[in-house]
Design a protein around this ligand. Structure first.
Ligand SMILES: *Cc1c(COP(=O)(O)O)cnc(C)c1O
Length: 381
């Protein structure tokens, strides 16, 4: 069994993907062009925002947004402590200070009640608090109704890191539409992945969109050889756009439903014995839909997680630990970050979470088999 079986998706979509790639190869346009702008239009329409700018990857997407806001030394940006490295890295790349805050133990997403203390901590340290980067971890949109109310009150911008959340929604409003600027990643294993690196930025603000377009192409002005900012080179290849054109259709037509069905089946099966072994299943708040980038369970005790992981591996069932280390503990951030308290929930999750194999092409038999093995192994503890 594979952790996320991307080759099954390729088998299912092979004819369309190969046709789309061949068309691109014979078109003579390999960077930008109509394919990229048509994809941007389709993505913007699906997400429900007016501007989408495709770029090189999800990390660049975050960085481009912060650049458009002029964030740099002396500024503070609030980031959850339990996420992928990029969410905090981009803040430090620009010379600003990430302030890490704890997450909610049930949703794994930023604990909105920590934003105000983080704001105060920034001021105490002579920094100017500018923005929050909520992350839609494992596919679940963060608590935006709460986050937006607090940020409005404090005058903080919201940069939504939707790298894992693309396809999720709250009350029908799509993920990647909640931030002042939102971003996603098309890394192959994300909910919507290409066959290499890719990313996108979303915003309803036309001025920010124009700035982001400029920063993504060497800070171009009226044209490419007129440079008005120090920018970056961050573009989505036309071949990746050709692949995403096919994959976005499949994602909308059936993959998002299929992965939700898989998650439901996991929860139904696991709930028969989870509480007996101190296992907590992922929770989706009512009115919210996840795109299930990961199906992540939590153990009472770290040793159970570690032993189960080893024993599942012996039975050829791959699992992953997202994430083994909280950001505030990463060596790279030493002397470059602040944190509100010691983020004990994040610390505990790093020891107790386990992500199980999932994806739109996983079969019912495979899910049953994973669950049966988990039950059998836990009963020996
Ligand atoms: C994957 C990921 C990113 C970065 O995306 P890349 O395309 O790999 O640069 C950023 N944030 C989160 C939460 C991610 O999972």
């Amino acid at each position: 069994m594979k952790f996320r079986d991307l080759s099954r998706q390729y088998d299912a979509l092979q004819d369309d993907i190969e046709r789309s790639i061949r068309d691109t190869l014979s078109s003579g346009t390999y960077i930008g062009g109509d394919r990229v702008s048509n994809l941007e239009k389709a993505l913007a329409e699906y997400v429900g925002v007016s501007n989408c700018i495709a770029c090189g990857n999800g990390t660049d997407a975050l960085q481009l947004a912060l650049m458009a806001w002029g964030i740099g030394p002396g500024d503070a940006v609030i980031v959850p402590d339990f996420t992928f490295f990029s969410s905090g890295e981009v803040v430090a790349t620009l010379g600003a200070t990430p302030i890490f805050v704890d997450v909610d133990e049930r949703t794994f997403n930023i604990d909105a009640s920590q934003i105000e203390p983080a704001y105060a901590l920034a001021i105490e340290n002579g920094l100017s608090p500018k923005a929050v980067i909520p992350v839609d971890l494992f596919g679940l949109p963060a608590d935006y109704p709460e986050i937006c109310a607090i940020c409005k009150e404090l005058g903080l911008l919201i940069l939504e890191d939707g790298a894992q959340g693309f396809g999720g929604s709250i009350q029908g409003k799509m993920d990647c539409s909640f931030g002042d600027v939102s971003t996603t990643s098309f890394f192959p294993a994300k909910p919507l992945g290409c066959y290499g690196d890719g990313g996108a930025v979303f915003t309803n603000d036309n001025e920010w969109a124009a700035l982001i377009r400029s920063y993504a192409v060497h800070g171009k002005g009226s044209m490419k050889y007129d440079n008005v900012h120090i920018g970056m080179n961050s573009r989505l290849d036309t071949i990746q756009a050709a692949i995403l054109e096919v994959k976005l259709k499949a994602f909308i037509n059936h993959e998002l439903d299929a992965v939700n069905e898989a998650a439901k089946q996991y929860s139904v099966n696991l709930s028969l014995f989870a509480s007996q072994y101190g296992i907590i299943l992922p929770q989706v708040p009512s009115g919210t839909q996840s795109s299930w980038a990961q199906y992540t369970i939590v153990f009472d005790e770290g040793w159970m997680r570690d032993r189960l992981r080893i024993e599942l591996a012996e039975r050829n069932i791959p699992t992953m630990v997202y994430y083994p280390k909280q950001l505030s503990e990463q060596l790279a951030f030493v002397d470059r970050c602040l944190s509100v308290g010691s983020c004990n929930v994040s610390k505990r999750l790093c020891r107790t979470v386990l992500s199980l194999p999932i994806g739109p092409y996983i079969t019912e038999n495979e899910i049953n088999s994973v669950c049966n093995h988990i039950q059998a192994i836990c009963s020996t503890f």
